[in-house]
Design a protein around this ligand. Structure first.
Ligand SMILES: NC(=O)c1ccc[n+]([C@@H]2O[C@H](COP(=O)([O-])OP(=O)(O)OC[C@H]3O[C@@H](n4cnc5c(N)ncnc54)[C@H](OP(=O)(O)O)[C@@H]3O)[C@@H](O)[C@H]2O)c1
Length: 273
């Protein structure tokens, strides 16, 4: 089976390493950065250097593939429009004419926007509150509507990503000892890298299609996560300024029932501090 990973960063690289270990899979990976080619060649049989709006190169990448993972995120200075939407539009165009049977796309829970902290599932109408969130919603729509009659499209809406090299203490050590806006009572939704890789491999294996939230079971509030990180790593506590509005970019508690109902078992249902 031939598998391609368009966007081989933190998530794409971990998936490539998992897929490379399966002797039955031949991995192709893309990067925008010439200097990364030799690194990518250690876990992908073929490497392409391309931008996601480069139709000709993408045609070469998807040719003969069975499954494609799309996992791009903007490099510094690049817009969401260019990175997500233009790439999705180009990928949709080339997949319409290819033999690929499945596309897996890593979206984000931030598409839910402001849901006043309420519990949401994959059927909840999206409520984007920024241009970036709108672009992310449009990106999902392009892939779903353009490709629905052609192949299986599986969209994972990921919570905040953490894992080796992106530990919670690294993410939060900057805020230790500071005063943060709001009261920290927003839901925090996280997913460990192992479960992103696990769920993507599960989706490939069982041909999942549709939208799936991907967050763990921890259900902690933002301040509870920060408190636990500070306690565990002996960092000064964060205080909260309730006179200021929270700066969290989306407000929703995310249900993970749908992915669990497929039979996928979380590797890290609780957070690792
Ligand atoms: N970070 C979070 O907490 C979070 C939360 C929810 C969802 N997500 C989503 O999860 C996905 C994976 O994130 P990640 O952390 O693995 O991202 P990452 O490490 O930043 O990797 C992104 C990859 O996209 C490539 N890329 C950037 N612009 C591109 C373009 N215009 N065309 C083609 N490729 C392009 C990069 O190429 P180079 O190799 O040249 O750098 C890199 O390989 C993203 O879709 C992100 O939006 C992230």
């Amino acid at each position: 089976m031939n598998v391609a990973i368009i966007g081989c960063g933190y998530v794409g690289t971990a998936v490539a390493k998992c897929w490379q270990q399966k002797m039955t899979l031949v991995v192709t990976a893309t990067t925008t950065t010439l200097a990364r080619v030799s690194e990518l060649q250690t876990f992908a049989q073929k490497v392409f250097v391309l931008q996601g709006n480069d139709r000709e190169e993408l045609e070469k990448v998807v040719h003969g593939q069975d499954c494609v993972l799309l996992s791009v995120a903007p490099r510094r200075g690049n817009s969401y429009q260019d990175t997500y939407l233009q790439t999705a539009e180009t990928v949709a165009q080339v997949l319409k004419k290819a033999s690929v049977k499945q596309l897996i796309y890593t979206s984000t829970c931030s598409v839910y926007g402001n849901q006043n902290g309420n519990l949401v599932d994959e059927t909840t109408p999206l409520a984007p509150t920024s241009e970036s969130q709108q672009v992310l919603c449009d990106t999902e729509q392009v892939l779903l509507t353009e490709l629905k009659d052609k192949l299986h499209v599986c969209i994972f809406r990921l919570g905040g990503i953490y894992g080796p090299g992106r530990e919670l203490v690294k993410i939060y050590s900057r805020v230790a000892g500071q005063t943060r806006p709001g009261d920290g009572s927003e839901p925090s939704n996280w997913i460990h890298l192992d479960d992103i890789v696990g769920a993507i491999e599960f989706a490939r294996h069982y041909h999942l299609q549709g939208i799936y939230n991907l967050v763990d079971d921890a259900n902690l509030l933002n301040r509870e996560v920060i408190d636990r990180v500070c306690e565990t790593h002996n960092l000064p506590k964060v205080t909260w300024d309730t006179s200021q509005p929270s700066n969290k970019n989306y407000l929703a508690k995310i249900s993970n029932q749908k992915i669990k109902a497929t039979g996928y078992k979380l590797i890290h249902p609780e957070m690792i501090f």
